[in-house]
Design a protein around this ligand. Structure first.
Ligand SMILES: [Zn+2]
Length: 319
């Protein structure tokens, strides 16, 4: 039997990751990474996506004829049937055709999904969710998203929005969230929440090794800067990460009580960057969840890490 290959693309607001995936095993045979937009450039999405597919194929030592399908997981709201990215908040763009230009250029079928959905497909088929019928993948980065798998099917919800765990409310009178509501989990447990807390403490005169690494207007702090600060035992960042992880743990305890999944799979930039965050969130969840429920819920890290999105997108393309 000859191997079949598909390209998976993880199309984010700041970077595009693409990879050629061997479909029976989920093995990655070539990858390509680019910034979504170079400063001062007008963004031509179709061109940009074509070039990452070509570069990933070249990295894998394959030609166009060996490609069977292309899958894309995009950050934002998508129309799966039309293959259109409806709203990419980070890019300030709406109604971007994704699958049609790719399909025309490479002569293969192309499919589009949401980034969290495809990363969950990746974990389900080839990662930490393999062999588990009921689990939830939770990805923590600038925001917090999740994919809920029930009896091997991803839960979509009546309006297709199921899994927005980042906007479940922890504190009704709490911090304002990006969605406009108060006290959402995301406003306490995401990397953005950590960055905003550290920025406000630094502005009040607290010392920290990340003092010069924060964007004071947007409250952006990279995962790498957070992990370096933790390695050097920076007290302010350690406190911020600990508090954020505790908040996530409270959210996870609610997930355990509500769904009692076999596994909670944690992934995303912040989880990859910080062992402390993962450990404290897990401990908090297991101590706060119902005693009988927590005994059967295992909390684990993503099996595919940064590549869950591209491997899942390739798999989506061939489904
Ligand atoms: Zn919210």
């Amino acid at each position: 039997m000859t191997d079949t290959y598909a390209v998976g693309i993880d199309f984010g607001g700041t970077k595009i990751l693409a990879g050629v995936v061997e479909l029976t095993t989920g093995r990655l045979v070539g990858t390509c990474k680019k910034k979504t937009r170079t400063p001062g450039d007008t963004l031509d999405v179709a061109k940009r996506l074509s070039s990452v597919v070509e570069e990933a194929l070249a990295a894998a030592g394959l030609n166009k004829k060996q490609l069977t399908a292309i899958g894309v997981g995009a950050a934002g709201m998508v129309n799966r049937e039309r293959g259109v990215l409806l709203n990419a908040v980070n890019l300030g763009l709406t109604e971007i055709p994704i699958t049609e230009p790719l399909s025309r250029e490479f002569g293969v079928p192309a499919r589009l999904g949401n980034d969290v959905e495809v990363a969950t497909i990746g974990e389900m088929r080839f990662g930490a969710g393999k062999g588990c019928d009921n689990f939830i993948c939770i990805f923590v980065g600038t925001g917090i998203g999740s994919g809920i798998v029930i009896n091997n099917v991803i839960l979509k919800g009546a309006a297709g929005t199921a899994g927005e765990i980042g906007h479940t409310v922890l504190h009704p009178n709490g911090r304002i969230c990006g969605c406009g509501a108060h006290g959402c989990l995301e406003a306490y447990a995401s990397r953005t929440a950590i960055a905003k807390f550290v920025a406000s403490e630094v502005a009040r005169g607290q010392e920290s090794v990340v003092r010069d690494k924060i964007d004071p207007t947007k409250g952006i702090l990279r995962s790498k800067a957070i992990s370096q600060a933790l390695e050097s035992a920076d007290p302010l960042v350690t406190r911020a990460v600990t508090e954020a992880a505790r908040s996530l743990g409270v959210g996870l305890a609610s997930v355990i009580n509500l769904l009692n999944p076999g596994k909670i799979i944690l992934g995303g930039g912040l989880v990859e960057a910080s062992e402390l965050y993962f450990r404290i969130a897990s401990e908090e969840a297991l101590s706060k969840g119902l005693a009988i429920a927590v005994k059967k819920t295992e909390i684990v890290r993503s099996g595919l890490g940064d590549y869950a999105g591209i491997i899942g997108a390739a798999r989506l393309a061939s489904m």
